[in-house]
Design a protein around this ligand. Structure first.
Ligand SMILES: Nc1ncnc2c1ncn2[C@@H]1O[C@H](COP(=O)(O)OP(=O)(O)OP(=O)(O)O)[C@@H](O)[C@H]1O
Ligand SMILES: Nc1nc2c(c(=O)[nH]1)N=C(CO)CN2
Length: 182
């Protein structure tokens, strides 16, 4: 155990998005790299949705999905792993809301509330983003009450319609047979 991890396991939810290059491969590679980390196990993957760009419209459509992971990492350490994976897969930061090879956002981690210069939890924009909420609905357990289920259900109720979102494929992660939702 390092000073970045604990003996306790947390369940974390991560949103993934890609709109440059081979989008399916980028999502697949990101999941493979997450799962290859000694302290992270990918538990469930959502379907993959093709979504119209939100915020900055003059860019290609995104593929978006979400994954649930089990980890012994502290939140900041998990975020650092995610940022390293973005860099490794060739993300170049240009404009805010702009195109990217792959983007990984930490949405939720066992209900922890954080507001540091590097990490805000729950993710501050997840509730207004259909491209986050639709994939999330595939992997959040519906049969047990949880803070995430409550937040997600409330946020989905405020969206009007599918907001330029369509199912692209039910599963993208090649290593993940048996891991995807439903
Ligand atoms: N919950 C979070 N998940 C991911 N990054 C976060 C979170 N909270 C704060 N950040 C910070 O946001 C920084 C910028 O993230 P990023 O470049 O991915 O933004 P963006 O994808 O353009 O916009 P958005 O944050 O709205 O998705 C990251 O370096 C990270 O430190
Ligand atoms: N459809 C879609 N639009 C976006 C996305 C995204 O992942 N999907 N990410 C953004 C910044 O994080 C901005 N806009």
């Amino acid at each position: 155990m390092s000073n970045h991890s604990t003996s306790e396991q947390s369940e974390a939810y991560i949103a993934l998005g890609a709109n440059l290059g081979d989008r399916e491969k980028s999502l697949n590679d990101a999941l493979t790299l997450l799962n290859a980390h000694a302290d992270i196990e990918v538990l469930r993957c959502s379907g993959v949705y093709e979504t119209e760009p939100v915020g900055y419209a003059d860019q290609p459509n995104f593929l978006n999905m979400a994954a649930a992971v089990r980890t012994s990492l502290m939140p900041e350490a998990l975020l650092n792993v995610m940022l390293e994976i973005e860099d490794r897969l060739g993300r170049v930061r240009t404009i805010r809301n702009g195109p990217r090879t792959v983007d990984l956002d930490l949405l939720w981690m066992d209900g922890k509330v954080l507001d540091t210069p590097h990490l805000i939890l729950p993710h501050p924009r997840m509730q207004e983003r259909a491209f986050v909420l639709f994939p999330l609905r595939d992997i959040v357990p519906q049969d047990e009450p949880s803070g995430l289920l409550e937040l997600m259900t409330k946020a989905l109720g405020k969206l009007d319609g599918r907001e330029g979102i369509k199912l692209w494929t039910t599963s993208v992660w090649e290593d993940g047979s048996g891991h995807s939702a439903s």
